[in-house]
Design a protein around this ligand. Structure first.
Ligand code: 13P
Ligand code: SF4
Length: 302
């Protein structure tokens, strides 16, 4: 293994590459990455990258696409073609156009968990870290929002606005695995533990939580909170970062099976091949990229 890591490091230097990894990546990938973060942090990092010539994006398709859109001069590599987020596949361009025709006055806000063609159709993007602020910044009372239904409901609750979900039931298969019953059992075993959940979880999960936020916001919350035990309602990969950053605290995953199979397709071996063969290059058609970039940049300006 250390041989493989050494080979990756050597290639990285020779090719002037950086590795960006999402919080859900395998522990060994997080450990060799130049930067580990949530979706907004990774987009920002990719956008601001100046010196590297190659960005290896250890995550899923839509995140690597955003990097390629935001920094078109760089070669962005997705090590595994199959690393596709099923939620991003749930929203088609036709669905957005139909929704816009039905609600012509409502602005369209899309979660970054969408493909570039969908982003190109919207007014502004958001992530789980800034969805509330993005919606609050809009003048309109009614907003078309997709694809995650749970995030839509969370945002509606927090902003008091009318959020029209597009499609009707977009979801993350991994976050739907969490059940409040599992949290309550863990709470009996660890009565002082704080419960943190991702907004892609159900409203029932939100009800039993102390904190709702993006993956990196959870990391910040765990660091700052005085509590020493936490029950975690998001994908398993985050546990590595939480434990590494807080060795004196204890973390319990609310459901042990909460593993995103798409995020886990990336392995050290695939990172090595990706760097060696410079594949798979993420390409977004120019017209689509220009429109999608405008929606992403609007998000960054809020
Ligand atoms: P973050 O915005 O917290 O990185 O979440 C992205 C994601 O895909 C959650 O399932
Ligand atoms: Fe997509 Fe869910 Fe995996 Fe996030 S955890 S990448 S939303 S399938």
């Amino acid at each position: 293994m250390s041989d493989l890591i050494a080979k990756i490091q050597k290639l990285k230097t020779a090719k002037k590459a950086v590795i960006l990894a999402h919080n859900y990546q395998r522990a060994d990938i997080q450990d060799i990455a130049d930067y580990v973060g949530d979706s907004i942090e990774l987009s920002r990092k990719a956008m601001q990258e100046e010196t590297a010539e190659i960005i290896v994006f250890a995550a899923v398709d839509f995140m690597a696409q955003s990097a390629a859109i935001l920094n078109p001069k760089k070669k962005v590599l997705l090590p595994t073609l199959g690393a596709r987020c099923p939620m991003a596949q749930m929203l088609t361009v036709d669905e957005i156009r139909r929704a816009k025709a039905s609600y012509p006055k409502a602005p369209v806000v899309l979660y970054v968990n969408t493909l570039a063609e969908a982003k190109a159709e919207c007014d502004v993007c958001c992530t789980s870290a800034n969805a509330v602020e993005v919606i609050e910044s809009l003048d309109s009372e009614a907003v078309l929002f997709g694809p995650d239904r749970n995030l839509a409901e969370y945002v509606a609750q927090r902003t008091g606005k009318t959020i029209i979900p597009v499609p009707e039931y977009g979801f993350c298969p991994t976050h739907l695995l969490f059940q409040p019953e599992d949290v309550l059992v863990l709470k009996q075993q660890h009565p002082n533990a704080l419960v943190m959940v991702h907004p892609e979880c159900s409203s029932e999960m939100r009800k039993v939580s102390d904190f709702v936020g993006s993956t990196s916001k959870m990391c910040a919350y765990a660091k700052e909170a005085e509590a020493s035990e936490f029950i975690v309602g998001t994908e398993d990969g985050i546990m590595h970062r939480l434990r590494k950053e807080n060795p004196q605290k204890r973390f319990f995953l609310a459901y042990e099976g909460a593993v995103c199979p798409n995020m886990k397709l990336t392995t050290l071996d695939r990172i090595y091949t990706s760097l060696k063969e410079e594949k798979y290059v993420v390409r977004v058609p120019l017209k689509v990229a220009d429109k999608a970039r405008a929606a992403l940049e609007r998000m960054f300006s809020i």
